[in-house]
Design a protein around this ligand. Structure first.
Ligand SMILES: Nc1ncnc2c1ncn2[C@@H]1O[C@H](COP(=O)(O)OP(=O)(O)OP(=O)(O)O)[C@@H](O)[C@H]1O
Ligand SMILES: [Mg+2]
Length: 254
């Protein structure tokens, strides 16, 4: 069976992943601050709406809707107009308002509105703020309240974040019409690609953007670390943020 694919539409990108993300997959987009993760997410939704008539939802805990519109406008993407036409929806949930319902309401929204492209900016913020309810209902916690727990709180917190992520990513994967980008802050150093240390294993694909000094100048590069069901490119590619086109992945001929 031929895998259905969804084009990101970033110049140079889709050819790295055999023509696009596998439909219904969940992709982790990880990078350090200021690497272009939000621009990638905006461009994915913009192209979906304008070139492919696919509905998008951008969930942000970090920026307001106006902030995102301004950022998109830098590249000539008129989000105001597209939002009015209902092809893209922006859902801004301030961090302090994230609760046990947030993750469920995102999945419900995707199903109800037949969303094809979802971006969560960022899964790192959602994962540390949303799962408190799991914690509250966990039998082990009830034991803690009785002073009987064997877990120390930090271990418990880590465990709860992981449990939340398994459940949430599973729920997203079960929505067969939606392909999701989960934006994640990567640790500057170390062996893991995400702060929670498991989403790179649970997600179907991982894209890593790095920002490094080369010969005194800083530059961005992009690597497809994994993509299930795909013979993906494994090279590191220069990533440009272009005033007119947004992100561009450069392919260096070998
Ligand atoms: N032409 C340009 N227009 C806008 N931003 C640009 C341009 N060229 C480079 N940039 C860079 O893009 C960065 C913003 O990208 P973006 O918001 O997508 O990063 P991010 O990875 O989401 O960051 P954060 O982790 O802080 O959310 C800025 O730090 C800026 O340096
Ligand atoms: Mg960002």
């Amino acid at each position: 069976m031929v895998m259905k694919r969804i084009k990101v539409g970033i110049k140079g990108f889709d050819e790295l992943v055999s023509g696009g993300f596998p439909v219904a997959s969940t992709i982790l987009l990880t990078g350090s601050p200021g690497t272009g993760k939000t621009i990638f997410g905006l461009q994915y939704l913009y192209n979906g709406a304008v070139k492919f008539r696919e509905k998008g939802l951008y969930v942000t805990f970090e920026q307001t809707e106006d902030g995102l519109k301004e950022q998109a406008a830098l590249f000539g993407w008129d989000f105001d107009k597209i939002i009015k036409s209902k092809m893209i929806q922006v859902l801004h949930v301030p961090t302090k308002e994230i609760d046990q319902e947030t993750a469920k309401s995102i999945v419900d929204n995707v199903i109800k509105n037949k969303i094809r492209r979802l971006v969560i900016d960022s899964i790192s913020t959602l994962a540390v703020n949303a799962p408190i309810y799991t914690f509250m209902t966990d039998a082990a916690l009830i034991d803690i309240s009785k002073g009987k727990s064997f877990f120390s709180p930090p271990v418990m917190g880590d465990f709860v974040v992981k449990r939340f992520l398994y459940g949430f990513i599973d729920d997203l994967r079960n929505v067969d019409h939606c392909t999701t980008i989960l934006i994640s802050e990567s640790p500057e150093k170390g062996e893991y690609l995400s702060r929670d240390t498991i989403s790179e294993f649970v997600c179907d694909g991982v894209i890593q953007i790095t920002f490094e000094s080369m010969g005194g100048e800083f530059s961005r590069s992009l690597l497809v670390r994994k993509m299930r069901h795909t013979k993906n490119d494994e090279d590191i590619h220069p990533l440009e943020i272009n005033n007119n086109e947004g992100l561009i992945v450069h392919i260096i001929e070998k």
